[in-house]
Ligand binder design. Structure first.
Ligand code: ADP
Ligand code: MG
Length: 676
């Protein structure tokens, strides 16, 4: 030990003396010196080996060595030694951590999943022996206070209770790290490791590195802590945690897909192919038959539009959100699952299973140490990627409000149990839902069939309804396709391999930021204006076919389309592609079956314009009647009057129910209705 201290004194004098002096000048604000492992290794391989295999003693020796240097700090001081760049063999995937690694210096990679608040924690407790008055120092680690076993005065050796004199506290925090998505094989559950951070690793600036959702590399000593049962007894099993020594924030987004020069050449060549859209679309989930439009939309979602920030600070998202509603068994879940695997940083989550945690973010009880901790869900973990959310309509009300913010602003704000923070969730959402009554009904409004508010629905750029209607021709090709893929799974080969596709998307996302050309802009503008005025002039129409939200959607989709060609410019053909997709999507979900007109209110307001006008008629009837009979109007009279104006009894009763639900009407006594 003394030997190592002397070696470290020499090491610091020769290599890090100036760095130490600059730490000393800012002490105690600065309290750490960062040592490059390679520098230490060059200086003395015994020291570097000892650091990896016996880090407790070695780091202590290094710390003690610093106190022996003359740094010009008055009084006692305490400078931590932090180490980076350790050899590859000591970078260990979380799932491969074993008992052999305990008390070794290692590095792990991952995404921050959860974080507790910073709280004081005992590092040392000092006790006094009631017999011989000797002070006994007990280092603290683990969940509960460690007490002295016996008095360490050899002539005393007392056992039993000791008086606690004082505890030394440090600020500490615990964060949960999950394996990085690219290291998880399809379908596997990511494993998690808890990290213990203390002292200057939890200063406000350092803490930014470990905000949930961030990518990090953490160096530290792997430790074990006994698993204590609920009744308080210690089991013979142990949990592992990492006692952090140094944290690096890793700015890896899509670049985490590594591209060689050959890859880039290959991608650029593919981009020039006239058939590139067709090739990529047909390579997307090739085992799933049909759905060309949906697959085209998904392809564009994978590339995404361009994020924009205006001069006044308002942001415009580039993320494209898609919504699939449809009959059961039409491969919605399959499609979602496929996309979550293909998209770099993709996540698959079910709204139902995710209840609160899992999907957006939640403040949950910290089971390890009590108190609260923040836990990130799929939308945060898939920041800058895609979250496939199945059973979207089954999410909890907390998730619903967080989802709204995430889909529009790209953030999730949390203010609960004293934890107030905003997390990044710049994530594209691919959502699917089954209609409430089993099958999708074209004659009913979307909002009546799925348990989602029109506000959330309006955040989706494109929506698709999938109906499973028997058709001999389609059924034959579909069954042939499905059966032959079951018989010989290798028979269905994508034209562009999954790997190439992944690289292609990653390259385009990072490098291509297309701008609207004048021609494309005019096309979109003309489409918007002509659709907005389409039904104006027809008598009594109040139909709104488009809102400015669709305008923004068209820009995003056109930008994504240009990215597929790796083009810096959004051309008319891109705008046309976007318009074609939007038209298709609106026709499916937004067509008024009675008139054949497209009405965006069928999607985004929960009442169609046809219904709105009927509601208006109903309210007029009630007004007229109440002038004759007083405020409370007999329901029977309303129904008779409505029938005279072309609203049959069933429809009228339905409208009354709606008005009651909205609070526009109430029932002052049975059989009577009154306006609120
Ligand atoms: P959903 O989520 O829409 O209820 P699933 O994704 O669970 O449906 O699909 C049910 C099964 O039917 C899956 O095994 C899927 O592969 C198959 N299937 C349905 N439609 C198709 C299709 N068009 N092509 C290939 N397989 C299909
Ligand atoms: Mg499903």
């Amino acid at each position: 030990m003394q030997d190592s201290i002397e070696k470290f004194v020499q090491f610091f004098r020769e290599t890090y003396y100036n760095d130490l002096l600059s730490v000393a000048r800012e002490y105690p604000e600065k309290r750490s010196i960062l040592v490059d492992y390679n520098t230490l290794d060059k200086f003395d391989t015994d020291l570097s080996d000892a650091l990896l295999n016996d880090p407790n003693e070695t780091l202590k020796a290094a710390k003690d060595a610093i106190t022996e240097l003359d740094l010009g700090i008055e009084g006692e001081y305490n400078i931590n030694v932090r180490v980076e760049n350790i050899p590859k063999q000591h970078h260990i995937p979380i799932r491969n951590l074993r008992s052999e690694n305990i008390e070794n210096f290692i590095a792990i990679d991952g995404v921050v999943k959860s974080a507790t608040d910073v709280r004081p924690e005992a590092v040392r407790a000092v006790f006094q022996c009631p017999d011989c008055q000797k002070e006994i120092v007990v280092p603290q680690f683990g969940k509960s206070m460690q007490l002295p076993y016996a008095c360490d005065n050899p002539t005393c050796g007392r056992r039993g209770k000791f008086k606690m004199l004082r505890v030394d506290l440090v600020n500490a925090q615990r964060v949960g790290i999950q394996e990085p998505p690219e290291e998880i094989e399809g379908g596997e559950q990511p494993t998690q490791l808890y990290i213990h951070l203390a002292e200057d690793l939890v200063t406000p600036i350092e803490r930014k590195k470990t905000t949930p959702g961030n990518r990090v590399k953490i160096y530290g000593i792997l430790r074990k802590s006994p698993i204590i049962t609920r009744s308080g007894t210690q089991t013979n099993r142990f949990d592992l945690y990492l006692d952090a020594n140094y944290v690096i924030a890793v700015e890896k987004e899509f670049e985490q897909v590594e591209l060689s020069d050959d890859d880039i050449k290959n991608i650029k060549k593919l981009a020039k192919d006239k058939q590139i859209y067709k090739k990529l679309i047909s390579s997307l989930a090739p085992s799933i038959y049909g759905y060309e439009f949906i697959k085209e939309a998904i392809l564009l979602q994978l590339f995404g539009g361009v994020n924009k920030v205006h001069e006044d600070g308002t942001k415009l998202r580039g993320n494209i959100h898609l919504f699939l509603v449809g009959d059961p068994g039409v491969a919605k879940s399959q499609l979602l699952w496929y996309v979550s695997r293909l998209a770099p940083k993709g996540r698959f989550v079910s709204g139902k299973k995710a209840s609160g945690v899992g999907l957006t973010a939640a403040v949950v009880r910290d089971e390890f140490a009590g108190g609260w901790m923040l836990e990130a869900g799929a939308l945060i973990l898939a920041n800058n990627g895609i979250a496939s959310v199945d059973e979207f309509d089954k999410m909890t009300s907390d998730d619903r409000s967080a989802m709204l913010e995430a889909m529009e602003q790209g953030t999730i704000s949390i203010a609960k149990a004293g934890i107030v923070t905003t997390l990044r969730a710049n994530t594209s959402v691919l959502a699917a839902a089954n209609p409430k009554y089993g099958r999708f009904d074209r004659y009913k409004l979307l909002a009546e069939q799925i348990n989602l508010s029109p506000v959330i629905l309006s955040r989706f750029d494109l929506m698709f309804a999938i109906q499973d209607i028997p058709s001999k021709e389609r059924d034959e090709t579909l069954s042939e396709h499905v059966l032959s893929s079951i018989k010989d799974p290798k028979s269905i080969k994508p034209v562009v391999s999954e790997e190439t596709m992944k690289k292609y998307i990653a390259y385009a996302k990072v490098n291509i930021k297309p701008k609207l050309s004048k021609e494309a802009k005019d096309l979109i503008k003309n489409f918007y204006v002509s659709w907005r005025t389409k039904y104006v002039g027809e008598t009594g129409t109040t139909t709104v076919p488009l809102t400015p939200r669709q305008l923004e959607a068209l820009v995003r989709i056109s930008e994504a389309s240009a990215k597929v060609r790796l083009s810096d410019k959004v051309l008319p053909e891109d705008a046309q592609r976007a318009i074609r997709l939007l038209e298709y999507s609106l026709k499916e979900i937004g067509t008024e079956p009675e008139t054949g007109k497209i009405d965006i209110d069928r999607i985004v307001s929960g009442t169609s314009s046809a219904q709105r006008s009927k509601i208006y008629t109903m309210l007029t009837i009630i007004d007229e009647l109440s002038q004759k009979v007083g405020k409370a109007v007999p329901e029977e009279d309303i129904l008779i009057n409505a029938k005279e104006r072309g609203i049959d009894n069933i429809a009228a009763a339905d409208l009354i129910k709606k008005l009651k639900e909205k609070g526009d009407l109430y029932e002052p006594k049975p059989g009577f209705l009154q306006k609120s």
